[in-house]
Design a binder for this molecule. Structure first.
Ligand code: GLN
Length: 416
């Protein structure tokens, strides 16, 4: 039986198939070997389910789509402060290969343009690392993200390096300002190999799914990155990932994303999905024409825009209120975020309790934030102060302790 979601993804591809605008870049010879008609998509949920359609098995060089992943690796290895030392987090509003540095401290504006990505690449495995060892660490990490051994397109790497005058100028510029230590040639060699990892959209979707999933690879379950590292990476992507089209992208699609010259495009929905597309023809900003179209369609159709004001998170936090028995039983569900807790408190405040005891059942709560838990406990304390007995049903210790701020404990309903 055909999968409904894969079918839907296929339909989205069909909708954009005849958009044949844009050009394949020629400055890297291997890119000219691409079939301009390639069109593929894959999606990976944070639960590790992958859906794909079109040319999902085609291998292509990762190019700039590697930048957020290696940024995340650098953050994980060296910490935020050290990484900010070599690349800022402001959009540049310029082309990806611009020879530009921030005026005040001569640092690249962000890690999503080449200058920043070359600087960040140099942090991996320590500044003293050989190119070989650094590239090994990078490939090992990218492979873990993908959940399979990734290979390098050696020919593409050699070929790009031969004509890398622009990136070499960038590296010289970085070295003259002490942003990098290695010789310019070695730095560009290392970065170019990073860009030559061979991936499919399926790989990229799973890799993106890992960032969306707080650093846990959703298919293998391996913990690769800290959640703070993923948050930082997604934040920088959201303002800098689409080069000088970043503002328009955020307004029209509204999810953190990164494009590359080989026509790859990734996006992540924090906590939900990683998505990747391939279509080699690029627009003047260097972004895949049909990739951008697909993401615009997906965002509208599936309601993925992060700035969408229609998502009413928390509005179903109270599953039921049962006042038929001896106790008033309030059953919660879903994720108790701040907004959910606010909704719960509002409901509780508007209820007249006819029973002597109020029981809060959190057995259907799947996750909670510390602020949400604090609010629930405060509210229970107030209910007790108003003269009622209180208790909770909390088999999985979702409340992480039943201590109230007055030092007392909330009893478990079954203990009474
Ligand atoms: N390797 C490419 C370069 O440095 C990557 C650029 C890109 O994908 N935008 O030119």
């Amino acid at each position: 039986m055909h999968n409904l979601i894969s079918d839907y993804l296929g339909e989205i591809l069909d909708d954009v198939r005849d958009h044949v605008d844009g050009e394949i870049p020629t400055y890297i010879t291997s890119l000219t070997k691409a079939d301009p008609d390639w069109l593929g998509i894959a999606m990976c949920t944070t639960s590790g389910r992958v859906y794909e359609a079109g040319d999902a098995e085609v291998l292509f060089t990762i190019q700039s789509v590697s930048k957020p992943f290696i940024y995340a690796l650098a953050l994980q290895e060296c910490g935020l402060e050290r990484v900010l030392d070599v690349a800022g987090m402001e959009p540049s509003g310029e082309a990806f290969n611009e020879l530009s540095l921030r005026e005040e401290d001569k640092r690249p504006l962000n890690p999503m343009i080449n200058a920043g990505a070359i600087a960040v690449n140099q942090l991996i495995n320590g500044e003293d690392s050989s190119v070989e060892d650094r590239v090994d660490v990078i490939f090992d990490f990218l492979s873990k993200l993908a959940g399979r051994e990734l290979e390098m397109d050696e020919e593409s790497a050699v070929d790009e390096l031969e004509k890398a005058d622009r990136n070499l100028s960038i590296a010289h510029m970085l070295r003259s300002h002490d942003v990098i230590v290695d010789a310019a040639h070695d730095a560009v060699d290392s970065y170019t190999r990073q860009c030559s990892a061979l991936v499919t959209v399926r790989d990229l979707a799973v890799m993106s799914g890992t960032l969306a999933n707080g650093g846990v690879q959703p298919v293998t379950g391996e913990k690769l990155l800290d959640p703070e590292v993923c948050r930082q990476t997604l934040s920088v992507m959201s303002s800098c990932g689409m080069y000088d089209a970043a503002g328009r992208w955020m307004a029209r699609v509204g999810i953190p994303a990164k494009s590359g010259v080989s026509g790859g495009l990734i996006g992540m929905l924090p906590g939900q999905l990683g998505i990747a597309t391939l279509s080699p023809r690029l627009d003047p900003a260097g972004n895949s024409v049909r990739g951008v179209d697909v993401f615009e369609d997906l965002s509208t159709d599936m309601g993925l825009h992060l700035m969408s004001t229609e998502h009413r998170t928390g509005s179903h936090a109270v599953r039921s209120v049962d006042r038929s028995g001896e106790d008033t039983i309030i059953t919660l569900q879903g994720v108790v975020t701040f907004t959910a807790a606010e909704e719960i408190l509002h409901k509780l405040n508007s209820l007249d309790f006819v029973s002597e005891r109020v029981v809060l059942d959190v057995s259907r709560v799947i996750d909670s934030h510390s602020m949400g838990r604090r609010m629930l406990k405060e509210q229970l304390q107030r209910i007790r102060e108003a003269g009622y007995d209180i208790a909770v049903v909390d088999p999985d210790a979702e409340l992480r302790g039943r201590q109230l701020s007055d030092g007392s404990q909330i009893p478990l309903a079954e203990d009474l």
